[in-house]
Design a protein around this ligand. Structure first.
Ligand SMILES: NC(=O)c1ccc[n+]([C@@H]2O[C@H](COP(=O)([O-])OP(=O)(O)OC[C@H]3O[C@@H](n4cnc5c(N)ncnc54)[C@H](OP(=O)(O)O)[C@@H]3O)[C@@H](O)[C@H]2O)c1
Length: 321
């Protein structure tokens, strides 16, 4: 399943509105097929792995990061049917698919055909991998990552607005990798005007992975090559955006925090002090310190060059967000 999850990562940020799934077929201790959801959402991971395995799929175990789909579409067959037709012996899935068109019926179809089914293997990891798809289904909005590059004293720019660069080259390269994993990136008009950000992916081999660029501005105009939303909640209506990275500035970040829409926090912290300058976020309506505690859980922490990189995941999503 870990190998299937690694394959699933290849599709992350490119498969919306479909989930980025990974699949590994194993027979007699050998991998006979590998697949991952292709850009645009089709072919599905299972279809790719089965095509690769050919006759060797018969009697194999399929490790798949999401319940095989039970719904046909004009763009391809139902993966549960494909697995039945090729007579795999066993399907191990990480997660049941909450999409109402499948939601248990993919597993049922496999059971009915005499295929052994297990699920719940590496479920938490699979939830993280497909957070965009799952958040869209559960909350009707994209999964939102807020990225902040700050000084030790929590500043994102000097008071003059200068912010290039607070962090070093390793941290910036890592942020580009994160861009490649998202469907879209959003900045506020203040950042657009101050930094003219390209928001592309300047990493060897990943130049074609630049996400869509969204400008948050009620005053327009929409620059060429950008899409614009006048209100942050309008990101719900952008098609095929299930994962969104907010890259600032402070006002845009604050708007998403105030709405309680930030699911994941990426903090790149440089070993510098700025003093004064622009705080990373403004007030977002906290009434008491007790409200601030237990909201964020540290998932990862490491050094990137001389900068400290931390990933936080929020503990729970309120039902309305
Ligand atoms: N270090 C970092 O990680 C980092 C990252 C990005 C930016 N920065 C720095 O941050 C500074 C810019 O930050 P900023 O806070 O001044 O501006 P900002 O957040 O980039 O943009 C603010 C603008 O976004 C628009 N907006 C629309 N709806 C909004 C809403 N609901 N809430 C808030 N804004 C909304 C408004 O534009 P309209 O008036 O057009 O509606 C508002 O003026 C720059 O100095 C930049 O260099 C640093």
């Amino acid at each position: 399943m870990a190998a299937a999850l690694a394959l699933a990562e290849r599709g992350r940020g490119r498969t919306a509105p479909n989930p980025n799934v990974g699949c590994v077929l194993v027979r007699d201790g050998h991998v006979v097929g590998r697949g991952w959801t292709q850009p645009g959402g089709r072919p599905h991971a299972e279809a790719m792995a089965l095509a690769q395995a050919g006759d060797k799929a018969r009697g194999a175990t399929a490790y798949v990061t999401l319940e095989p789909c039970a719904h046909e579409s004009p763009r391809g067959p139902a993966c549960a049917d494909l697995l039945v037709q090729t007579r795999v012996a066993r399907v191990v899935a990480a997660l049941r698919d909450p999409d109402p068109r499948t939601d248990g019926s993919g597993f049922a179809r496999l059971y009915d055909a005499g295929i052994q089914v297990e699920f719940g293997v590496l479920e938490a990891e699979a939830r993280r991998s497909m957070a965009g798809f799952l958040t869209r289904l559960a909350h009707g909005r994209p999964h939102i990552t807020l990225k902040l590059a700050t000084s030790l004293d929590g500043r994102i720019a000097l008071s003059t607005g200068e912010s290039k660069w607070i962090t070093g080259p390793q941290a910036r390269a890592h942020a580009h990798l994160e861009r490649a994993r998202h469907d879209a990136i959003l900045v506020g008009r203040g950042t657009f005007l101050a930094d003219s950000p390209k928001l592309d992916v300047r990493l060897p081999g990943l130049g074609d992975r630049a996400p869509r660029r969204i400008l948050l501005s009620s005053t327009g105009p929409t620059p060429p090559g950008w899409e614009r939303v006048a209100d942050m909640r309008d990101v719900r209506d952008l098609s095929a955006i299930d994962s969104l990275m907010v890259e600032g500035g402070a006002k845009a970040a604050t708007a998403f925090l105030r709405a309680d829409w930030v699911d994941r926090l990426l903090l790149y912290r440089a070993p510098i002090l700025i003093g004064g300058g622009k705080p990373a976020v403004e007030g977002f309506g906290l009434a008491a310190l007790s409200e601030a505690h237990d909201r964020w859980r540290l998932l990862d922490s490491r050094l990137l060059g001389s900068d400290r990189f931390e990933v936080y995941e929020r503990n729970a999503c309120s039902p309305e967000s």
